[in-house]
Design a protein around this ligand. Structure first.
Ligand SMILES: *Cc1c(COP(=O)(O)O)cnc(C)c1O
Ligand code: SF4
Length: 447
């Protein structure tokens, strides 16, 4: 314990200034967790492939260091030695141990990344909208009513989740990034798309931007010519990872004023708040941040993926929803871990995911049952596992689309053969049909 205090920069941040820790701090931090030499090397190898970032608040107030490596918050932000295929980790670890040049390590890390499906659900191409024949970078328009906007300065987070589905945004791979600083382009696009009612500003985490930069993106959306925009949403984990953003940071008050200005135009300002574990809700500063954001007129909806070894039990979710509702938040989505990055490590089979959802859902009041899930954000849309049923003597998953590229498919039940190991839509086979509703019929039938 004492020697740990010596190697880890002490929490000098009693004033609460943001301080990030990255890969170059890993060795010291892992010593604090008491990891063996071999595990520390393996973790550093994983961190050459996947991004690592944490901060003083997560380290000092969220992680229970006496419970490392099993502590859920530790597992939420620290790479795990066995997160990637052993062969890959061993090869990189060998290079690190032999002091190989950076270029060789980077090349190998790149090779491993390319095998991790960096852009799931075809998001770089399939969802990119265009205007006057030009593809618009940094925007995604998948469902008619909602446009996603990736502001250039919002493409990091206060800490990185080990399971992050946007991990490709954070690593040194320029071809894998999407972002823009052209707010005028977004405004022009929205003027031409009256069907869009909601703009979701996302990242990374847009709340990493200071209020001056955030304002530059949000204010143009309040223009009277964009009356059809009913809500501005901010996808963020800042309430969990850096609640001081809304309480003690120098621009906290100005940020809250910006939210009030959105409200004053008659629009909803919605936080799509990512909470992975009830511990993120447990500190006094986290409660204070929630209160202040709500007092500014924002509605906070909560969502997170179900992650093996972090939050894969019903009691954890039930507690999380209860605390959220008690603090005036609205539980919104439970997601299935997406088919990217270390999915094999974190995935919970769909059958088990549904059990966890149902057990948690059954144990909370109706106020928490605004939540939907478990939901897969897949290429055709958001597919919800509604249950497992016995139909005509066959055991099947009952599925339903919560969102679809084709809105005609939303809310219509369909079936897949029960498979206890299936962990993603691509593992499923249609039941009572030769294709899923979102799949096009074979071309000869069309003809
Ligand atoms: C989830 C999602 C949305 C928002 O869907 P809601 O159901 O309205 O919250 C929009 N675009 C994409 C690409 C999404 O994955
Ligand atoms: S907060 Fe979201 S974008 Fe940021 S690391 Fe976590 S999952 Fe990724």
């Amino acid at each position: 314990m004492t020697d740990i205090q010596q190697v880890v920069p002490a929490p000098q941040d009693t004033a609460g200034r943001f301080r990030a820790f990255g890969a170059r701090h890993l060795e010291e931090l892992l010593r604090r967790g008491g990891l063996s030499d071999a595990d520390r090397l393996a973790v550093r190898a994983v961190a050459t492939v996947l991004p690592f970032r944490t901060n003083s608040y997560v380290l000092d107030e969220l992680i229970d260091w006496t419970a490392v490596p099993d502590d859920p918050i530790y597992r939420l932000v620290f790479p795990q030695p066995d997160m990637l295929p052993t062969g890959d980790v061993d090869r990189i670890a060998a290079l690190l141990a032999s002091g190989a040049p950076d270029s060789g390590i980077r090349a190998l890390a790149h090779e491993v990344r390319m095998r991790l499906n960096p852009h799931p659900a075809g998001q770089l191409v399939l969802n990119a909208p265009s205007m006057d024949g030009t593809v618009l970078p940094g925007l995604q328009h998948k469902y008619p009513e909602t446009v996603l906007f990736f502001p250039k300065q919002g493409q990091t987070c206060h800490a990185y989740c080990t399971y992050c589905f946007r991990w490709a945004q954070f690593v040194d791979e320029p071809d894998l990034k999407m972002s823009t600083d052209h707010i005028d382009t977004l405004v022009a696009y929205l003027r031409r798309h009256p069907e869009v009612t909601s703009v979701l500003i996302t990242g990374g985490d847009p709340m990493i931007m200071n209020s001056t930069v955030l304002r530059r993106y949000v204010e143009p959306l309040l223009d009277p010519s964009l009356e059809h925009i009913e809500s501005i949403r901010i996808g963020t984990k800042s309430l969990g990872y850096w609640p001081r953003r809304f309480v003690t940071d120098p621009d906290a008050d100005d940020t809250l004023r910006l939210f009030e200005e959105v409200r004053a135009t008659g629009r909803s300002l919605a936080f799509m708040a990512h909470y992975s574990h009830p511990r993120e809700l447990s500190t006094p500063i986290a409660a204070r941040a929630i209160q202040r954001v709500r007092d500014a007129g924002a509605v906070i909806r909560t969502q997170a993926p179900l992650i093996r070894t972090v939050n894969d039990d019903a009691a954890t979710w039930a507690e999380m929803w209860r605390v959220q509702v008690r603090s005036g938040m609205v539980p919104y989505y439970m997601f299935v871990e997406r088919d990217t990055g270390p999915q094999d490590y974190f995935a919970v089979p769909l059958a088990r995911a549904h059990e966890i959802f149902r057990d948690a859902y059954a144990s909370v009041s109706g106020l928490s049952r605004s939540v939907r899930g478990p939901s897969m954000s897949a290429t055709p849309g958001k597919v919800c596992i509604d249950g497992v049923a016995e139909v005509a003597g066959e055991r099947v998953f009952v599925l339903r689309m919560l969102q679809a590229r084709d809105p005609g498919l939303v809310g219509r039940p369909f079936f897949a053969r029960y498979d206890p190991k299936a962990a993603w839509l691509s593992d499923l086979v249609p039941a009572f049909a030769d294709r899923f509703p979102f799949e096009s019929p074979p071309t000869e039938l069309v003809a």
